[in-house]
Design a binder for this molecule. Sequence first.
Ligand SMILES: *[C@@H]1O[C@H](CO)[C@@H](O)[C@H](O)[C@H]1NC(C)=O
Ligand SMILES: *[C@@H]1O[C@H](CO)[C@@H](O)[C@H](O)[C@H]1NC(C)=O
Length: 221
Amino acid sequence: MPIRNISVYLTLVFFVTLACAQNRETVTGCIAGNVTMKFKPALLDGKEVKAYIWNKVRGVNKDPSFAKFEPGASPEFEIYYNSEHQVQNRLIHYPEEPATLYLTNLKKSDEQRYTIFISYVDYVGTPTEWIIDLVVEDVCFEKPKEVGKCAVTTCYTGDNGVLKTPDGARQTVMGYKLVKVCDDATSGNYSCCNAAGTCLGQPLQESTDLELKKRHGILSI
Ligand SMILES: *[C@@H]1O[C@H](CO)[C@@H](O)[C@H](O)[C@H]1NC(C)=O
Ligand SMILES: *[C@@H]1O[C@H](CO)[C@@H](O)[C@H](O)[C@H]1NC(C)=O
């Protein structure tokens, strides 16, 4: 083999090794919010998947099996120990995206390591896997988006949170609250606090879109 080909070959081996080493990621969600957990195991070429099996840590001497989906055997997604995991009506699975899980109304207890193992028909080697470390933040105050002349964001606190508005008012937040600022009177610094008193601040101004302001006659340039 000429030297150049060898080096191309070694480079390829290096990248394939890198690709294989990267079989995990951290996914972050907000309390009371939703999260998409896209598991990306490197599927074996030409092999038919027998089962998607998820594990979740359940302490020593406990079966870590968490959920299973067997496309060939059943269209149903099965969840083990549902009461213990408290994911009833919160864990959503679509058969057309077999390796992806959607978790809604996030709780701090969802903060866990989730591992998917793929087993194949007619194959007894090591199953392919992908690990997601799910992090659930206690308070989130999203970066505002401009929607028309409004600044729109969401404050996530979980139960019994508080949204403090610039005029000093306090609004209770149960889970999460959409915040919309569309005029000067309500513009200013907002604060999003959870029941434990952890707060995040966010300045919210009505849109600074110059064109829009000109059109509304606020700016006369
Ligand atoms: C989370 O998903 C549920 C179900 O699809 C939806 O009703 C809810 O509004 C979503 N929550 C947020 C914060 O978008
Ligand atoms: C909003 O908060 C920023 C940074 O904390 C501060 O500099 C600013 O003066 C505050 N604005 C108002 C209207 O309180």
